[in-house]
Every structure is written in C-alpha cells, then in structure tokens.
Design a protein around this ligand. Structure first.
Ligand code: ZN
Length: 178
C-alpha cells in the first residue's frame, strides 16, 4: 500500500501500475532507458526505444532529430526502420516496441503501419501523447485493426530523464523546447 501511494503521482488514468509488468519487460525497458540516456548525452531529447521479437532485441535507437536534422528522427521510428531493414520487410508482426515515453501521433501511426503486436511505454506525455494522454491513435478502430499498448513501465525513470534534461537546458536557454 505504501509503495502504491508513493508512486501514484506519476500515473495517469490510462497507465498501468508498474508492478503489472514482468522481469523481461523490465529488462527491455532498461535497454530503452539506456538509449534515452545516450540520446541526452548527444543533446537530443532523451527518449529511447528497443524493438523485440521472440525475446531478443532486434533494434535499438535513441532520439536523433537534431543530429539528423529530421523531424521524423524519433526513437520509435528509427528502431522500426532498423528492424524493417534487418527483416527486409515492412511488416513486423510478432514484435513488441518498448519506449520510454508515450508515443506521439507520428510514432504510434508508424507502429500501426509496421503491424507491431504491442507497444509498451513508460512516462505519459500530456502534451503530445497519442496513447490516451491527448488522443488515442493506438486502439482507435476507425484506423484499422487496433494496436495493443500498455503504459506506465518505469514511468518515473523515463520522466526523470526528461525533467533533468529540460531543467538544465532551460536554465541556460529559457526558450528551449523539444
Ligand atoms: Zn514520436
């Protein structure tokens, strides 16, 4: 009970409590968080993702939007592109994407286009989240077969990386935004 109370502040209603996820989920999210840390060290917004099939990481990526000068350079898109290259197929059935932040509309649509089985995300994004925070584009049946998604895994860790990143940048440049 005490644990639930202490972490409840970081869960939006459309997120699951962290304890519902298993050890394998936790390991894959740890790998995604490592990608997020590396992205922050490159002066990119610290979001990371890994794509998993049959218990193995197929691809991993951090945000590279600034480095690539590419508005589509989000971690999720880069991880999906790499996995599609590995498999030589745009269909990534049987794959699960782990990402440290709730995907934006572009990314969750990319996940649907890739036919992923499941997306597991960490912190919610009240400004751009497309898994329920602002809009739900994952499970909306008007867009075709729904994509299963679960949020809230290591949410506090994912959020802390973002808060630390923006706190540092805004101290130096008040206008800094992602
Ligand atoms: Zn995105």
């Amino acid at each position: 009970m005490a644990k639930a109370l202490s972490v409840s502040w970081c869960y939006a209603p459309h997120m699951l409590p962290d304890w519902v996820f298993d050890e394998a989920d936790r390991d894959f999210m740890a790998a995604a968080l490592a990608e997020a840390v590396a992205a922050g060290e490159r002066n990119e917004v610290p979001v990371g993702a890994v794509l998993v099939r049959s218990g193995e990481i197929i691809s991993r990526a951090g945000n590279r939007r600034r480095e690539l000068g590419d508005p589509t350079g989000h971690a999720e898109v880069l991880a999906i592109r790499e996995a599609a290259r590995v498999f030589g197929d745009f269909r990534l059935d049987g794959c699960t994407l782990y990402v440290t932040l709730e995907p934006c509309p572009m990314c969750i649509t990319t996940c649907r286009q890739a036919r992923l089985d499941l997306v597991i995300w960490g912190a919610d994004d009240p400004k751009a989240g497309a898994c329920g925070s602002v809009i739900d584009l994952a499970e909306d049946r008007r867009l075709g077969p729904p994509l299963a998604q679960r949020g809230g895994l290591e949410a506090a860790a994912g959020r802390k990386l973002l808060e630390q990143f923006f706190a540092t940048r805004r101290r130096n440049s008040p206008d800094y935004s992602c």
